[in-house]
Design a protein around this ligand. Structure first.
Ligand SMILES: C[S@@+](CC[C@H](N)C(=O)[O-])C[C@H]1O[C@@H](n2cnc3c(N)ncnc32)[C@H](O)[C@@H]1O
Length: 446
């Protein structure tokens, strides 16, 4: 039977061929029969090695005569696995980390290089007894990028916004294991009832400030969908900061709402809850497969007020001037949720950010035409990049003098967020929630 490290190696090979880390991990896990402990170890090794890739490569560059990118790709992956355990999995004894990595090398075509693997890992372990073996560049961006394993361009975007100190806190935060928040459906149950149901299966949870329907799960939960109340539609998994978005929209019973980028429906279903399922919600998305997932969620939660439209919302002509409120939760680079996707930091690039920013601009300028005179539009992203946030809103307001930022609702949502200039920014290192940007705009009554 294959062990957790061997399976982690298979999954990482897929990732290095271009697969998403979660997809590769799931595919390998489905075929394996591992104990819970081994599943956890494998998951940690795959996500950790992907996340810490830059730091691990820097160590190989230092400790081997051949640079990391000149090593055979599979050998580099094996070294990542070994170094990851030595550096970040301190509960694993050094001898176990080294010996299992040497065995991996032997079993996967590198018998002749097992001595090299052994030597490199033992050298790391020896140096680490005295001080951190990682040698860091002087220059701030490269230093933070190497130490915390982020590409320079992301560190630069953050240093320009938050300064060196906060960027370091943010990088550390994004390397943590993510927490899980749920949103309780008040049309079916209460926070107290869900807390008690979770307690009955030894899962602890706690309410959060500013988001009245949120519970944060504490410790191990096992498979989320098996927790009490999921099938019954009592709750939905949604980070607390994403819950703030629909509170900012503040939809009222009986209104017409358009959610222009709706799938998989986290915010649409929240809107339906806030409206008591009374009114009409048009949920639009251009990706049919994501809308199918959306419909499953709507069925589970049991809402009648939601109707879906498969459409590119840049051509949403049928709903012009029809909505009291519009939510535009655009596709974005996700720099506020990097902790949730181990490989996301390596997938995005300055070029993808430019493309997204173009799409966001087009979506905003068209979707604004769906709002009635006097109506509201909330623009939201889960990123921390001004090109997708402040710059989009500033350019829109400059071109559309009949739209203004509405400040009052921002303040009502809680004072612990950065709300300068009318933008509510959730900063993970300060608020301990996913990074988000949101703003509420109102169209004049012309
Ligand atoms: C950030 S996600 C939305 C998440 C969703 N609001 C939620 O809370 O579950 C962005 C969505 O925009 C959709 N999308 C991307 N480009 C689009 C377009 N031009 N028109 C409509 N939907 C689009 C994507 O398919 C994706 O589902």
């Amino acid at each position: 039977m294959l062990n957790a490290r061997q399976l982690a190696f298979f999954a990482l090979k897929e990732v290095h061929k271009g697969a998403y880390a979660d997809v590769a991990l799931d595919r390998v896990l489905k075929k394996a029969s591992l104990s819970d402990n081994d599943r956890r170890l494998m998951t940690e090794l795959v996500y950790g090695s992907v996340r810490r890739q830059r730091t691990l490569d820097a160590l190989i560059d230092q400790l081997a005569t051949k640079k990391s990118h000149k090593q055979p790709p599979d050998l580099r992956t094996i070294l990542h696995l070994g170094l990851y355990q030595l550096r970040y999995q301190l509960k694993i004894p050094t001898s176990a980390a080294v010996n299992t990595t040497v065995a991996l090398a032997k079993d996967n075509g590198f018998k002749g290089l097992s001595g090299f693997v052994n030597g490199l890992l033992r050298q790391y372990a020896r140096l680490a007894e005295k001080e951190d073996p990682l040698q860091l560049p002087q220059e701030t961006i490269k230093r933070l990028g190497t130490l915390h394993s982020f590409p320079d361009w992301i560190v630069k975007v953050w240093v320009e916004q938050f300064g060196d100190l906060e960027t370091e806190q943010l990088c550390r935060w994004m390397n943590q294991t993510p927490t899980i928040d749920i949103r309780v459906n008040p049309l079916k149950t209460s926070l107290e009832e869900v807390e008690a149901a979770f307690q009955s299966v030894d899962v602890l949870s706690q309410p959060l400030v500013d988001t009245p329907q949120a519970l944060r799960l504490m410790g191990r939960t096992g498979s989320i969908q098996k927790l009490p109340g999921f099938q019954e539609g009592w709750w939905t998994v949604q980070d607390a900061s994403a819950q703030l978005v629909s509170h900012l929209l503040d939809p009222q019973p009986g209104e017409v709402i358009v959610d222009a980028c709706a799938a998989p429906g986290g915010k649409t279903t929240h809107i339906a809850e806030l409206m008591g399922d009374r009114g009409k919600i048009w949920a639009c998305d251009r990706t049919a497969s994501r809308l199918r997932k959306f419909q499953e969620n709507v069925r589970r939660l049991g809402f009648k007020s939601i109707e879906t439209i498969t459409v590119d919302s840049r051509n949403l002509t049928q709903l012009e001037n029809s909505a009291d409120r519009v939510l535009l939760d655009v596709p974005c680079s996700g720099l506020g949720t990097l902790h949730r996707h181990a490989d996301a930091r390596w997938r995005q690039t300055p070029i993808s950010v430019n493309e997204l920013s173009q799409l966001q601009q087009e979506l905003l300028s068209h979707v604004a035409t769906v709002v009635k005179d006097g109506g509201v539009l909330v623009y939201a992203t889960c990123t921390l990049h001004p090109r997708e946030n402040e710059n989009i809103i500033e350019a829109f307001l400059n071109k559309n003098p009949n739209w203004k930022i509405e400040y009052s609702r921002l303040e009502e949502l809680g004072t612990r967020y950065n709300t300068s200039q009318g933008y509510l920014k959730v900063l993970p290192h300060e608020n301990n929630m996913d990074g988000f940007f949101m703003t509420r705009l109102r169209k004049s009554n012309s």
